[in-house]
Design a protein around this ligand. Structure first.
Ligand code: FAD
Length: 465
């Protein structure tokens, strides 16, 4: 890597090389995992480059190719599997200066990759009364490029599924890392080569996303004495075709009372809850449905949006998805979490009874290939890596899926196998392997045996230690 040549080739493109600031930008939310924290704490880039346009990105990637400088793209750095950690040093490519919404139509929006999702929605709501179909709970920080490259789904996925579903990303513009970088418009099936690839096979510079009608979503908290009753209710509610919902999340006691401080005055410690976002025109139907299912409405944002101290409550989506864990970590830094999927309520019940309070349940109801499933982000009272592995095994032996959030590679995080299409595209778009090195096992170690039970460690990490 020739950093001097690289810097000289950047011209007037803004850079940052103060070691403290570079280290800050070399971090994402990897510390969420005690395992990733231990592995990745020392990782840092050599400098940060902040392109302002597609032309700037082309210049940076041509220079990276010429001077063998690894490039790790970064949106807002809210990814929580170490996706945006520069394992081989080099340059962070910070997309924050490319944050414009470029075009709005009634059914779609096109924006630069660094656009913050909440800001995109502000613009589309004002222009055409529409919003993104779904967003992560980091909506107020995360970028659209980072979501597509590193995320999966979120608030709205109960209706629309996730990023992996055809139709949820309409088009991408990307830049390749070659001697002469190409700017490519990606559409149709090719989109999936780039989505959830952690930026290993191309830098996304623009994205076109479909829109859904925008609502002033009403936030509702429904209480149940028994967690499994809350799940039964949530599943039945998700199947109600006439009730327009954006979020349904059952959370087991004592998580809501112990970790959701601002809501504590509405809750009892032994109460499990379902966190809901519903369209205003469906609130009456939701109320009726809830009374038929023995739920107790504990809170409605259209009746009261203040906490007991008279302060405005944070949006309820910031208690769902990975924010549930974040709320927990603020109170008890020893906890961690898993990402799971329970095909049926019976699967969920079995694991819940087996693990009890060692793994307080947190479920996100999501639409998965047309079916409503229980996607889990359960809290785990962490006692060590060995026990965590045992809990994962218990899930798998009982027919439940685990997408391990304690691994930084694309493969180990969920697929447990190589995505041939992503790898083939990387060979074309990044022949020197400079884009986010160490995240795609198949590139560095095509013979890695996923059945060996061994954890893969990127060689560049050892060099930095
Ligand atoms: P970053 O973290 O900056 O990047 C994510 C990945 O994409 C990295 O590999 C990075 O290298 C790559 N990348 C970034 N920009 C580009 C680009 N322009 N081109 C190519 N590659 C790029 N995720 C969900 O899916 N759903 C959730 O509900 C959710 N909730 C979360 C809650 C909390 C509290 C936290 C900490 C994380 C959560 N996440 C969730 C993970 C993360 O916040 C989201 O996936 C988010 O969309 C990532 O966006 P970002 O801009 O922060 O991306």
């Amino acid at each position: 890597m020739d950093l001097t040549g690289f810097r000289a080739a950047l011209g007037d493109i803004p850079i940052e090389d103060h070691p403290k600031l570079v280290q800050q930008k070399s971090r994402d939310h990897y510390w969420y995992s005690p395992i990733l924290k231990a592995q990745l704490d020392q990782v840092t880039a050599d400098l940060v480059v902040m392109p302002r346009s597609v032309e700037d990105v082309v210049t940076v990637l041509a220079a990276a190719y010429k001077f063998d400088v690894p490039i790790t793209p970064r949106g807002a750095g809210t990814g929580n599997y170490g996706q945006a950690m520069p394992l081989a040093g080099g340059a962070m490519l910070d997309l924050k200066n490319m944050d414009k919404v470029l075009e709005i139509k009634p059914d779609r929006v096109r924006a630069e990759a660094g656009a913050i999702m909440v800001k995109m929605d502000e613009e589309t709501k004002a222009a055409v009364g529409a919003e993104l179909r779904f967003h992560p709970s980091t909506y107020r920080m995360a970028t659209i490029g980072g979501f597509i490259a590193g995320g999966s789904g979120g608030i709205g996925s109960v209706r629309w599924g996730g990023l992996r579903n055809l139709g949820n990303i309409l088009g991408l513009k990307i830049v390749t890392c070659e001697e002469t970088p190409r700017v490519l418009d990606i559409a149709g099936a090719d989109i999936m080569k780039l989505a959830h690839a952690y930026g290993t096979n191309g830098i996304i510079v623009e994205a076109e996303m479909p829109l859904a009608p925008a609502y002033d979503w009403v936030e509702v908290v429904v209480g149940f004495d028994e967690f499994l009753d809350s799940c039964r209710y949530a599943e039945a509610l998700a199947g109600q075709d006439g009730i327009l919902l954006k979020e349904i999340s059952p959370v087991a006691a004592p998580v809501p009372y112990d970790y959701f401080g601002r809501y504590r005055d509405f809750l009892r410690q032994d109460q499990s809850v379902v966190l809901i976002m519903v369209a205003p025109n469906s609130v009456d139907a939701l109320t009726l449905f809830t009374s038929h299912h023995g739920g107790e409405i504990l809170h409605r944002s259209d009746v009261n949006d203040l906490d007991a101290a008279g302060r405005k409550l944070p949006p309820i989506y910031e208690f769902t998805w990975n924010h549930t864990t974040l709320r927990g970590l603020k109170i008890d830094s020893t906890i961690t979490y898993l990402q799971t999927q329970y095909p049926t309520l019976e699967h969920l019940e079995k694991i819940h009874r087996m693990l009890g309070d060692e793994m307080p349940m947190h479920i996100e109801m999501t639409r998965f290939d047309g079916r409503i499933v229980f996607s889990g982000l359960p809290i785990v009272r962490y006692t060590g890596e060995e026990r965590l592995e045992e809990i994962i095994r218990l899930h798998e032996e009982n027919g439940c899926l685990v997408f391990n959030p304690h691994r930084y590679t694309l493969e180990e995080g969920g697929m447990k196998q190589t995505d041939r299409a992503q790898l083939a595209f990387k060979k074309e778009a990044d022949p020197k392997g400079l884009l986010n090195p160490g995240k795609m096992i198949a590139w560095d170690d095509p013979d890695f045996d996923f059945d060996s039970g061994r954890v893969w460690l990127f060689a560049g990490l050892a060099e930095q230690a």
